[in-house]
Design a protein around this ligand. Structure first.
Ligand code: HEM
Length: 159
C-alpha cells in the first residue's frame, strides 16, 4: 500500500500525511515499510509480526475486533500479556495505554476505527468494485431478457 493512495481515499491532506505518517526521508508515493528487521523480531517476540495488510481478509473484521479487545495481563508470558482469542500470543498488548486511559465505549470505538482501517487497507478498491458490480448485474439482467426473446424467436417453428 502506498501512502498517497491511502491519503487520497481517506481524505487525508498532504500536510497531515507528512506530519503524522511520513518519516523525514519518506515521500507521499512511497510504499509503507517496517523498520524492525526479521532477526530482531524473532529475538524479541519469538516470531515475526505478520504483515497486517491482508489480515482483514484472512481472519475477518470480527476476528481482529475481538482479538484487540481480548488481551489480559499474564505473568507467565514473556511479554506480560496473553489473549483470550489467541492463546499464548507473541504480540504484546500494544494498545494498553489507550485502553487504560479511556472508557470501554471509547476503547471499542478506537478498535472499531482501527479494524475499519485494516479492512480498507486489505482491499482499497472494494468500493469501486461494488460500483462496477451494479453495472455488471444490470448488463446481465438486460442480456438475459434479450437472450430469452432470441431463444423464443429461434425455437418458434420447432415443435
Ligand atoms: C495497532 C497496532 C497493531 C495491530 C492492529 C496488530 C494486530 C495484530 C493481529 C490482528 C495479529 C494476528 C494476525 C494473525 O495471526 O492472523 C497480530 C499478531 C502479531 N503482532 Fe500485532 N498488531 C499491532 C501492533 C503490533 C506491534 C507494535 C508488535 C510488536 C512490535 C506486534 C507484534 C505481533 C506479533 C509478534 C504477532 C504474532 C503473534 C503470534 O503468532 O503469536 N503487533 N497483530
Amino acid at each position: 500500500m502506498r501512502y498517497n493512495r491511502m491519503a487520497l481515499d481517506l481524505g487525508i491532506s498532504e500536510e497531515i500525511l507528512r506530519e503524522n505518517f511520513l518519516q523525514s526521508t519518506q515521500k507521499p508515493g512511497d510504499l509503507m515499510t517496517v523498520n524492525m528487521s526479521e532477526e530482531d523480531a524473532k529475538r524479541w517476540f519469538g516470531t515475526v509480526p505478520p504483515d497486517l495488510s491482508l489480515t482483514a481478509r484472512s481472519r475477518g473484521a470480527d476476528w481482529i475486533y475481538t482479538f484487540l479487545r481480548s488481551f489480559y495481563a499474564d505473568e507467565k508470558s514473556v511479554t506480560g500479556w496473553n489473549n483470550e482469542l489467541f492463546a499464548d500470543v507473541a504480540m504484546p498488548h500494544v494498545l494498553y495505554q489507550q485502553q487504560d486511559s479511556m472508557s470501554d465505549e471509547q476503547y471499542e470505538q478506537v478498535v472499531r476505527n482501527l479494524v475499519n482501517f485494516l479492512v480498507y487497507v486489505a482491499e482499497p478498491v472494494k468500493l469501486i468494485r461494488y460500483g462496477i458490480g451494479i453495472w455488471v448485474m444490470i448488463f446481465v439482467g438486460i442480456f438475459t431478457i434479450l437472450a430469452y426473446f432470441l431463444k423464443k424467436e429461434y425455437w418458434k417453428d420447432i415443435h
